[in-house]
Design a protein around this ligand. Structure first.
Ligand code: GRF
Length: 202
């Protein structure tokens, strides 16, 4: 049984895609053991609770400094004893200590075809604004292993999505989520659960 912890910051639609894929059998031998949010009001926490999943929030303003916050995040992960950590719309840069401790078994979903439109400051709607500004005809999403860089770890899976005439950043974001993110993140987790993709733990 693959135990996964999902880290979130916002709406949790990627978390929901994982929950739904486990429920309808597209993901086997996998259980979400904890959802961790850095925002108390993240709707992702509601999604977790509705699905009966342990959900905790670890917010920066509860701690006197960044070190204590990072220590609390690590503690929330360690308590759940996950085999795999999934960053699903998680907007906090993980500390080097967390990256080291979970090296090779942290994956992230990014809403572009890395190495385009990624790195410092490229998250959420900004990614799609830049893609439209550059005039790309194809964009998409990427699942990659997380290393100490920003969106720099080994690429695991990608899925392309066409940009359509008249797209706004919001329309493009929705299409990339529906046609790419919500498909390749569950597919990657299933591949890891079935041993088709090796992580440091297996
Ligand atoms: C999505 O665009 C995702 O690609 C990015 O964060 C955004 C929100 O995701 N990583 P979610 O709805 O919270 O899963």
């Amino acid at each position: 049984m693959l135990k996964i912890a999902v880290m979130v910051s916002g709406g949790g639609t990627n978390l929901q895609a994982i929950i739904d894929a486990i429920a309808d059998g597209r993901i086997h031998d996998t259980v979400i053991v904890r959802v961790i949010s850095n925002k108390k009001d993240a709707y992702a926490l509601e999604r977790a609770k509705k699905a009966g999943i342990d959900a905790v929030s670890v917010t920066r303003d509860e701690y006197k400094d960044r070190e204590d916050f990072d220590r609390a995040l690590l503690g929330a992960l360690d308590e759940a004893e996950p085999d795999l950590v999934v960053l699903a719309g998680f907007l906090v840069v993980l500390s080097p200590e967390i990256i080291r401790k979970y090296a090779g078994r942290i994956i992230n979903i990014h809403p572009s075809l890395i190495p385009s439109f990624c790195g410092e400051g490229y998250y959420g709607l900004r990614v799609h604004e830049e893609a439209l500004k550059r005039g790309v005809k194809v964009t998409g999403a990427t699942v990659h292993f997380v290393d100490e860089g920003c969106d720099t770890g080994p690429i695991i899976m990608q899925k392309a999505v066409y940009v359509e005439p008249g797209d706004t950043p919001e329309i493009l974001q929705k299409r990339v989520m529906e046609q790419a993110e919500w498909k390749i993140l569950p597919e990657t987790i299933e591949d890891i659960a079935q041993g088709r993709i090796k992580t440091a733990r297996q």
